[in-house]
Design a protein around this ligand. Sequence first.
Ligand code: AMP
Length: 299
Amino acid sequence: MSLVIIGSLAFDTIETPLDRRERIVGGSGTYCALAASFFTRPKVVGVVGKDFPKRTIELLRSHKIDIKGVSIRAGKTFHWEGRYGADPNQRTTVRTDLNVFADFKPELPPSYRSADILYLANIDPDLHGPVLAQVRKPKLVAMDTIRFWIENKPKAVFRELGRVDIYFANDEEVKLLAGDDNLVRAGKKLLECGPSLIVAKKGEHGALVFGTDFVFGIPARPCEDVVDPTGAGDSFAGGFLGYLDKVAKITPREVRRAAVYGSVVASFAIEDFGIDRFLTLTSGEIEARFREFKRLVFF
Ligand code: AMP
């Protein structure tokens, strides 16, 4: 099968209670693609400025990520700054400089157009239509969205929910979009809007997967030292979709395993700043942690 990811490639400035990093490489597309690359050969669509490091482009290539869909434009790369408090689940966006991302018009190279799985990572919901018009017949379309779009373009977000199979969001976003403070009721409400799966991520408390006739819950791997929570959500989606792309089966059993792989990959992403943990991560470590997860929930 093949997986196409549309998202941001970025510079992030991150502040945690213990440390601060300026303009390190991040972006929803970057995290998702790196996470998926441990399972499959993802294709990425995005835009960067001339200031984006060549060594990062080389790094993506060395992870067998297809970057034909990443265009390099005159100007500066998207920059996001976030601050975390003592609770790693709570973050504040300090600033967002869209730069070249402001007029991002995703264009899929011909070799991307027969994608089986399409992931629309946190982009303007009004860009979904033009992307979907470029792909032939995907078997699965997934999207993520953030508070910014839910607050600014709620109608567009609801319209897009009607066109996707999976909606990835954190629990706060699920409740906000559904207008219901109870996560279970909120998940059910969003299922009625179209997707067959709602994946509600709950930070250090794991995730709940709502299907039309089941709910599946997974804990997060207990972690004593969260260095940088940025990218956990996108890494979860990358592991989840990368695994489904690899096994080429979208059955209830594989969806459950995909959710565990998503959680496992996200648990590595937060162990270091930015994408650094992915530089040394191996498939062997992922498998070992998958087995550890099995022991954690066995009773
Ligand atoms: P996550 O922690 O998985 O929710 O995603 C963090 C990543 O999202 C960061 O690396 C940011 O660069 C990226 N990001 C933040 N805001 C936006 C936005 N408005 N559009 C696209 N990407 C964003």
